[in-house]
Write a protein that binds this ligand. Sequence first.
Ligand code: GAP
Length: 511
Amino acid sequence: MDFKNLIAHCKEYGFIFQSSEIYDGLSAVYDYGPYGVELKNNIKNYWWKSMVQMHENIVGIDAAIFMHPKTWKASGHVDAFNDPLVDNKDSKKRYRADQLIEGYAEKIEAKNIKDIEKAKARFGDAFDEAQFRATNDRIIERQKQIDESMVRLAKAMTAGDMDDLKAMIDEYEIVCPESGSRNWTEVRQFNLMFNTQLGNIAGEEGKLYLRPETAQGIFVNFLNVQKSTRQKIPFGIAQIGKAFRNEIVARQFIFRMREFEQMEMQFFIRPGTQDEWYQYWKEARLKWHKAIGTSGDKLRFHDHAALAHYAKAAVDIEFEFPFGFKELEGIHSRGDFDLTQHQELSGKKLQYFDPELNENYVPFVVETSIGCDRMFLAMVANALVEENVPDADGQDSVRTVMKLHPALAPVKVAVLPLLKNKEELTTAATAIYDKLKLSFNCQYDEKDAIGRRYRRQDAIGTPYCVTIDFETLENGTVTIRDRDTLIQERIKIEDIRSFVQDKVALENLLA
Ligand code: GAP
């Protein structure tokens, strides 16, 4: 399904609403509706159980959003958590300079793809794309331009060289997508942290930040957690919580938001073992994504060319969103950067005594960090399809169905009396619903023809629909319809619970 229709579907079926919509919305801030919150909770639960419940050596915390302001000085966010900002003087629109330059490279690559498609059509099965890319002069020349611009961009970003970013925008003749003009301001650093003020302290002293990542709540609690749980290195601390970033360009629905949720895990290790743990978490996290049925073709690793201020090595797990492959999760080797910084600014030791080595050291950290909202978008983009299926009369009809993994689906089972105005049916259906709701998030629906009710459940991804008909009254059986195969089986009322439980259990994923 295309991206515009996906956004409309999320609104129409109560997954996601624009924040404060009656006031024309607040840009890049969203509210989760009744089905959205269920899906999001299921994603969080899957992550939490995979991390905390499935690892003896990973424990969870829930730190506050507000932290002592020195935290952000120590973490480097006050000085280095910046994006390069440039304004177009004609349209008055703001852009991230690095994204404009990436857009320039993407446009060149689009030309290459066009030429490749043409050649493919001409040569048919005999076409070898790798050979074409390696030998076609125009493609080689364009690839050179892409590579040169990307290397130069990475260099300028790492060095914080705003002048060179501006020079690139000028040299590459990049125009404002809105006004079409090249009338740009200088490029300058823009800090992404939101701030507010403590009530009882005036001025800079009382300045508080809304956390831009959850990780720092974990670092400052490192010793509290280690001592209170008597964990031995290697061990991890996991957390799910809100983070806030004053993004310059916040587009693409819930992909880039100003208020979002992160699921982060910091894994504390012996210095010197970072490469092996980095590799371990890269693979473990990719496996986690594939377990819910996301195909390997839709996921890929992307090594960072420009590293964040805290990172020694970093890789993204990218997902193929409707607008292309983009970062879904990051795995970062952070060394001892954060703990050492906090030690220095707080004056408190953040060391671990390693009984095997008989020595104290500041542990190294490998972190896994995924945006819950991005994961939500990836899940919906992956699951939402339109397909032709036979309707009640056997005619072809189009249905919109969200083929979420049953363990993640917001509603697990819908209970539907065949007819609304037959009390025997509605009474029997209500009794079944009242029992099932003790085990699952269920829905009772008696409004409209049964076919329409099935379609409504398909649209929100309900894996099973139980229909109560006249045979139910005779022999205590119901039909249970599978969302994906459309096969309807007859089963006994007393077997519904275990039938559904078997398919929707989170254990299926965790195992
Ligand atoms: N603690 C490391 C850290 O925060 P990051 O790469 O800046 O690393 C981690 O962010 C993840 O958080 C990203 O992979 C993405 O899924 C999510 N994320 C970051 N900024 C976001 C935003 N503005 N909106 C939604 N999700 C975001």
